[in-house]
Write a protein that binds this ligand. Sequence first.
Ligand SMILES: [Zn+2]
Length: 202
Amino acid sequence: MFIYNYGSAPIKYDSKRPKNITCHNCKEKGQTFVNRYLKYFYILYIPIFTYKYWTKYECVRCKFSANEKDLTKELQEAYRPYKKKKILPIWTFSGLLALIIIPLAYNIFTSNGNQRMLNQVDFLEINQKFDFKTESDNYSIFKVVNINTNKLGIIYNKLEVKSKDNLVEIDSKNNYSDDTIASSIAELKNWIEEDKIIYIYK
Ligand SMILES: [Zn+2]
């Protein structure tokens, strides 16, 4: 895909008008704004991060506009209290924050799911079913048919599907093999840790 909507955008994020400072061009008092600008990089209208910010002194009366370095030492000193606000708006970093927060949230979410399944395995019942990922990265189901303390017998569904949403379509009695395979609680727990088991039926 060709992403055509990206680039950088300048915005004014802070503006103050000191009442007691005289414009050094038109000599009018209190007409100069201390404006702070930033430039952020965006993709598909989403601000990713801010990479540049600066202050401009802009007189509304004579349209005089100056950067920090263009001002006299005295004016720089007089303006100092008005450019204190250095904190950049957090939303201009939305993309970067999302890149950090989404994987974290995903990890918390999946490890909670795994913890729940690990607990479920301690209370197995006959005919309990498990959705799992096959060797070929498809999905299928197996079923516990006997429980003998920690030893289990499981039977596999003979079919598999491309998407886990379609598992319900293969879950009929005739599709399960007659061949009972030996397994164990410990093995099921390993499969959960390895994200091979994706769902345990209640
Ligand atoms: Zn002026």
